[in-house]
Ligand binder design. Sequence first.
Ligand SMILES: Cc1ncc(COP(=O)(O)O)c(C=O)c1O
Length: 499
Amino acid sequence: GTEYKKTLTMETLNPQVKAVEYAVRGPIVIKAGEIERYLQEGGKKPFTEVIKANIGDAHAMGQQPITFLRQVVALCTFPELLDSPSFPKDAKWRARRILQSCGGQSIGDFLLLWSYSASKGVDCIRQDIAAYIEQRDQGVPANWENIFLTTGASDGIVSILRLLVSGQAHARTGVMIPIPQYPLYSAAIAEMDAVQVNYYLDEDNCWALDVHELHRAYQTAKEHCQPRVLCIINPGNPTGQVQSKKCIKDVLHFAYEENLFVMADEVYQDNVYAPDCQFHSFKKVLYEMGPEYFNSVELASFHSSSKGYTGECGFRGGFMEIVNLDPEVKSQLVKMLSVRLCPPVTGQAAMDVIVNPPQPDEPSHGQFYKEKGLVLGALADKAKLTEHILNAVPGIKCNPVQGAMYAFPRIFIPPRAVEEAQALGMQPDMMYCLRLLEETGICVVPGSGFGQREGSYHFRMTILPSAEKLKVLLEKVHDFHIKFLNEYSALDEAQRSVS
Ligand SMILES: Cc1ncc(COP(=O)(O)O)c(C=O)c1O
């Protein structure tokens, strides 16, 4: 008979799916996996292990989970443990409260079933989040009806973008995103066939957001689309900067003037290391700008269980707070969230612990803050270490890692190496990162996966490996870079160009 022809082929595939790129799990990472397997099977390389600094997954890099969070989630999922003397009272109390609120059926003393929750999330967790936000923002009111649990921040970001993308040709929604950006944004924009509007962060000024650049990007974009959304990532991924209050004010003023919906990605709100930096939420700053702004600007902000000091990526916990959303649109959002049933209830429970940690009079308080302090202290040390070692390499320049979990150093790639990469049909920083991986076993992501100014090259590395591994990694980068420059006899040139 004739051969069966597949219906779904690369020709019939949704072209928007084909257009999506996601560097954080891209070709370098696939190659790293292959090398790892090769080493495990006894293969020989100039190194004995692959060190992965490509993805912001703390637990994958050995960071210990926060005990209290795991206790609460364990109690929720196996309530018989509520009888166990090895769990503290405060963890049991939280688990009971979540179980009682999430709508499962009680069997004997316990709620044993883990049903779908309300699509917006468990009520008492939304209330806890509102209380957390009020405390974080020094009293700025938060209404729990504006809070929605999500499947990680990613899901919230995509849900809001879906509401915003519409129109054809000149009326198509333009989405302003920072460059460099976290590639969830470019991927979602590509998938939705929206228009990506780039605004460049100022590398010479610690990756600050310059409002003049926002104006430039907006005016240029207006010629071919309808910019409706302004996305901000603060603290920044991949750039690690923490925005000043003045800068946030300028951005919000700009959004107000130009009628832009603001999406504030604040998943790194607990990851601030530089002593002269502080996290300011967009919501708090909007409030401080007065009622004219606070009652007008449409703002969605996003948080996650994946980052911070918990690093619980696998639970897929997250939430968003949305202010000044048109009430009818809000109903439409709720409808869309309902179609997805609900975010994982375990992730919601994890999120609850983050917003409702043990109080000073509770038994777990001491251990909780000790563990939190250790994680954040280690990250702060590693942020400094990374900046220092990288800046000592000729031809590498790294801005301070003020927050988040990444360094995004600028690397000098000699013109002859650039030509060689182009001849191979490869981005120069992709060639650089591939060679770094092949020769040293270090896995980082090329800057081109995040976007960068034409002719400048970077890579993104996380600061998540243990301090010892991070030192090894940085020393290897140091040696590799010098060897690379020497190979193209460009050591002097590099010293002049970047430092
Ligand atoms: C800036 C930024 N936003 C969102 C996310 C997605 O996080 P989640 O695991 O909550 O979906 C990440 C993950 O790395 C991120 O870096």
